[in-house]
Design a protein around this ligand. Structure first.
Ligand SMILES: Cc1ncc(COP(=O)(O)O)c(C=O)c1O
Length: 380
């Protein structure tokens, strides 16, 4: 079945965060990480059927969804999990905040790789928890951990290691060897690993599989909290659903402390969307990945031929982390915005010399945006 990712969809008036901020201006918004694509037909049909039913009372996490997740982990990663290990959440972001608050105590220390999706930092700042940034380094064209730096950053009271795999904004899919090295550090220092794997299905390179760090071994699984969600992959983040996979019962109890208090259940549309996506939307996902790979190649080509811009190859996510430090402008975000493209400012992720571009949009719009960026760079 063919899927249409090319026809523009007018999102004005739908309260879309990415579009509302620049409404009425000649600005192409490529910042917040959602896509401009309709969710898969299977998801839309499942939503429609539930709307037709018409009753939206309180709902409990469905067992069939737990089973679908268990099957998915086995199929994709050979990872045998139990339905009871799954804790449903309204989003991955609450999971990051729960991890910072409940997986370590007020006098314990957290390791945060940077650059990183801003909510990791916000989580430790708001909790608040003592923390150290561990800068990723560009090695052989990939953003990876500097193991020596990471080892030096570990303190006596370190308890939590945050991981974002695949990495936002760097686009790295960490390899088994890289993950094993992180896991062995966690074991040596008795750290809990909280791994945000929301981008796990958005793999841009065939032959570079995602590996959940918890799937490495039972020992790693027992010290891990894995955060996942279908909402990024299948583009229904507004429906609100995510889940944590936590084998260890004590960690699970600690992590779940806010449930039905400050934290609400996932939305019924989240459960419905997740179930339909995991059961019936693989052909749509394959088509979306092919389309996004084409977009990724266009972004990399433009950056490659533009003096002043560089980027690492994006192995996963629909986000490009672009180094504009040689462009000769003080604020690359402001410079591109002045030329009609709204990107995410690199400062948000830890480096103001960069910008992050979301290429999850219709190709014609992306081509227009890339032309504007090229001309902005030429005028810098
Ligand atoms: C790494 C990462 N985690 C979490 C989120 C947001 O998760 P949610 O919408 O499920 O709260 C994003 C969105 O961009 C992300 O990139």
């Amino acid at each position: 079945m063919p899927f249409d990712f090319d026809t523009p969809i007018d999102r004005s008036g739908t309260w879309a965060s990415r579009w509302e901020r620049y409404a009425g201006r000649d600005v192409i918004p490529l910042w917040v990480a959602d896509t401009d694509f309709r969710a898969p037909p299977a998801v839309l049909e499942a939503f429609a059927a539930r709307v037709a039913h018409g009753v939206f009372g309180y709902s409990a996490p469905p067992d069939v969804l737990r089973e679908a997740i268990v099957e998915r982990m086995q199929q994709l990663y050979g990872w045998a999990i139990e339905p009871t290990w799954i804790v449903f959440l309204p989003g991955v972001v609450p999971g990051l905040h729960l991890a910072a608050r409940h997986l370590c105590t007020a006098d314990q220390h957290v390791l945060v790789p940077t650059p990183i999706y801003q909510h990791f930092k916000r989580a430790v700042q708001i909790a608040p928890r003592e923390h150290d940034d561990v800068p990723l380094i560009l090695h052989a064209g990939r953003w990876v951990f500097d193991e020596a730096h990471l080892a030096r950053a570990v303190r006596k009271n370190s308890k939590l290691l945050f991981l974002c795999n695949p990495q936002n904004p760097g686009g790295t899919v960490f390899t088994r060897t890289e993950l094993e090295s992180l896991a062995s550090l966690a074991e040596r220092h008795d750290l809990v690993i909280c791994s945000d794997e929301i981008h796990a299905d958005l793999l841009m390179d065939e032959g570079k599989p995602h590996i959940p760090i918890a799937s490495l071994s039972p020992e790693v699984s027992r010290r891990s909290v894995t955060l996942m969600s279908p909402n990024k992959t299948f583009n229904f983040p507004a429906a609100g659903v995510a889940f944590a996979i936590i084998e260890d019962a004590q960690l699970r109890a600690a992590f779940s402390r806010d449930h039905h208090a400050t934290l609400h259940d996932a939305s019924v549309f989240g459960y419905i969307g997740a179930l339909a996506a995991y059961r019936h939307a693989q052909p749509w996902l394959d088509a979306q990945l092919a389309y996004l790979r084409g977009n990724r190649d266009l972004v990399e080509a433009m950056v490659g031929e533009t003096p002043g811009l560089t980027m690492a190859h994006t192995e996963a996510t629909y986000l490009a982390w672009i180094d504009a430090s040689s462009l000769g402008v003080e604020d690359p975000f402001a410079h591109f915005l002045a030329h009609g493209v709204a990107l995410s400012p690199g400062a948000q992720f830890g480096n103001p010399a960069f910008v992050r571009l979301n290429f999850g949009t219709q190709r014609a719009r992306l081509v227009d945006a890339l032309a504007r960026m090229r001309s902005a760079a030429d005028r810098a």
